[in-house]
Ligand binder design. Structure first.
Ligand SMILES: Nc1nc2c(ncn2[C@@H]2O[C@H](COP(=O)(O)OP(=O)(O)OP(=O)(O)O)[C@@H](O)[C@H]2O)c(=O)[nH]1
Ligand SMILES: O=C([O-])CC(=O)C(=O)O
Ligand SMILES: [Mn+2]
Length: 605
């Protein structure tokens, strides 16, 4: 018997034997020095925080400025999702589709077994049972992740319901998704550790049929907090297709109008395109309120009443720091006042954090995300463009009291959006569910710092799921059509809209002020649901009639307002050509309804 096998007996007494056997088998492969079963308690969290400070992984911030908060600086090479190293290993390549990296599962297993052999030597393996969604909710799902990164344990503890309660849910017949994570940096006896261990070799691997996740070499959020993008989107999109529900890269919010009527909205924008900001919107319009339910992921299923019901499977926010300030997102600023882990932001001289966009004045001296002295004369930004905050949803002042309702909330509207300097109007309503699916399917957006790649480059990001689908993207579209038909039969399908906060004028400036003023577009959408606001036809769908949105109150000139909806036939025709190429690339599985909608789009130009 090895030492690790002995330690595994410290599994909690109620741990399901399949979980214990699986943990044993991973320990056998990865050879950690110690195994710790996480209970999710506050005491455990504090112990891990203290250990991470001692190890140099976390810097404790000034408790008078930022109580119970910490700064992590990653290895400079480990700052974002690595899409080129992310794989969907379905049995058949065609089930992963042309937008995913694919490898044969048997071959990938051999590669990963080689990499994971002894990968945790000298480290502790943490076992984290977790629930995505309120523990015990019919919409919730269970998983167990092992990791050798205390930073990942702390992050998972905030982002999910992690610990003893989740473990207690796993019985002999319960389904749970196993997820294996290692930073890929074993320590030999006598080796000194580094603050952010990782490996140049990275693999983020999903087996959709057997519902397993393996991640190697990175400790960055989206690569390593496997409950989030890997499970709640990539694996869940496959499960949802098999079971008739939707896993969506969408925020969830509740908006209440001045007469007290509430609406629930799910909105899908690509990474770093405004989900967290929209979810925490402070309306500029008097009498309106927005409450937050989720800021990144929605699981939605037709409910017993025939309506689409949604839960936020997460328990916290992993939000983009740069651009988040008192004037843009005061709610997020209030949320991260305490109990927050910041990653790759700058450190102020008084032990607090700073990033571009936090305040109007720039501090005269900082320590940047790389640990170097920084002044306003420095060329590089002080915070990494994809620096993040990790904080519990409970701390958000705009959180809705229904945010963790096990039954979910009924969805009235679905929105798609992207970062588009040209062509796409501020807001438009899809003519039908089918038209809405076409809008989602052909969504394009400019690249951001949330993943490796060229900033600003326009790319197709269907359903904002390009990096997050565990299936063939065209199967995902067909699945949305099928769910829509089912909702349509009870006459209760949500309306679908498209928005674009990022259109620019010829001088390069944003034409729309965004943030709190986005409430004007949201209000119009709710008025469409109520049948109170008028709209006119356009190639994109139904757009507000003159006077339906008070743009002047948002400080927008008549000229800019017109430019926000301008139709440039040549540019649109070029975009339609590009859509042809994109749909051809997606192959024979593209639903006929999407092709039909594309033909109609062309005909309307
Ligand atoms: N101009 C403009 N910028 C915005 C708006 N909303 C958000 N942003 C900026 O866009 C960036 C990303 O916004 P987030 O709300 O964090 O985006 P996200 O979709 O939650 O990103 P992920 O967490 O990566 O999925 C931030 O720098 C925001 O300040 C808007 O309405 N107008
Ligand atoms: O998953 C991540 O790493 C962060 C995130 O929310 C995104 O990129 O969409
Ligand atoms: Mn976000």
């Amino acid at each position: 018997m090895t030492a690790t096998a002995t330690l595994t007996r410290h599994a909690p007494d109620n741990a399901d034997s399949r979980v214990v056997d699986w943990v044993d088998s991973i320990a056998e492969l990865t050879q950690p020095d110690r195994i710790v079963w996480c209970d999710g308690s506050a005491a455990e969290r504090q112990r891990l925080l203290d250990e991470a400070v001692a190890a140099g992984t976390l810097i404790r911030l000034n408790p008078e400025k930022r109580p119970n908060s910490y700064l992590a600086r990653s290895n400079p090479s480990d700052v974002a999702r690595v899409e080129s190293r992310t794989f969907i290993c379905s049995e058949r390549e065609d089930d992963a589709g042309p937008t995913n990296n694919w490898a044969a599962p048997a071959e990938m297993r051999v590669t990963l077994t080689g990499l994971f052999r002894g990968a945790m030597r000298g480290r502790t393996m943490y076992v984290m049972p977790f629930s995505m969604g309120p523990v015990g909710s019919p919409l919730a799902r269970l998983g167990v992740q092992v990791t050798d990164s205390p930073y990942v344990v702390l992050s998972t503890g905030t982002m999910t319901r992690m610990g003893a309660d989740a473990l207690a849910q796993i019985g002999p017949r319960t389904e749970w998704v196993p997820a294996v994570h290692s930073v890929g940096a074993p320590l030999q006896p006598g080796d000194a550790d580094v603050a952010w261990p990782c490996n140049e070799t990275k693999y983020i691997v999903h087996y959709p049929e057997t519902r397993e996740i393996w991640s190697y070499g990175s400790a960055y959020g989206g690569n390593a907090i496997l409950a989030k993008k890997a499970f709640a989107l990539r694996i869940a999109s496959k499960i949802g297709e098999q079971e008739g529900w939707l896993a969506a890269h969408m925020l969830l919010l509740k908006v209440t109008n001045p007469s007290g009527r509430a609406f629930h909205v799910a909105a899908g924008f690509p990474s770093a395109c405004g989900k967290t900001n929209f979810a925490m919107l402070k309306p500029s319009m008097p009498g309106w309120t927005v409450e937050t339910i989720g800021d990144d992921i929605a699981w939605m299923a037709p409910g017993p009443d025939g309506r689409l019901r949604a839960i936020n499977p997460e328990a916290g926010f992993f939000g983009v720091a740069p651009g988040t300030g008192h004037s843009t997102n005061p709610t997020a600023i209030a949320t991260v006042q305490s109990d927050t882990i910041f990653t790759n932001v700058a450190l102020t001289d008084d032990g607090d954090v700073w990033w571009e966009g936090l305040t109007e004045e720039t501090p005269s001296h900082l320590v940047d995300w790389l640990g170097r002295d920084w002044t306003p004369d420095s060329e590089a930004p002080a915070a990494h463009p994809n620096s993040r905050f990790t904080v519990s949803a409970d701390l958000c002042p705009s959180i809705a009291d229904t945010w963790d309702d096990p039954a979910g909330v009924p969805i009235d509207a679905v929105i798609f959006g992207g970062r588009r300097a040209t062509n796409v109007p501020l807001v438009a309503q899809a003519r039908s569910w089918e038209h809405g699916v076409y809008i989602g399917a052909t969504l394009a957006s400019e690249r951001t710092a949330a993943a490796e790649g060229t900033l600003g480059e326009l790319r197709r990001d269907p359903f904002a799921m390009l990096p997050f689908s565990g299936t063939h993207m065209a199967d995902h579209w067909q699945h949305w059509l099928t769910v829509g038909e089912r909702l349509g039969r009870s006459g209760q399908a949500p309306l679908i809209f498209q928005v674009n906060w990022f259109r620019r004028g010829e001088d390069g400036r944003f034409l729309w002020p965004g943030f709190s003023e986005n409430s004007r577009a949201l209000a119009w959408m709710t008025e469409r649901i109520e049948g109170r606001a008028d709209a006119v036809d356009s190639p994109f769908g139904l757009v507000p009639v003159d006077g339906a949105i008070d743009y002047a109150a948002a400080g927008v000139s008549r000229e800019d307002w017109d430019a926000l909806f301008a139709i440039e036939p040549e540019a649109l025709s070029a975009e339609a050509d590009d859509t042809d190429v994109f749909l051809a690339r997606m192959g024979a599985k593209v639903p006929a309804a999407v092709m039909r909608q594309h033909a109609e789009f062309r005909a309307r130009l």
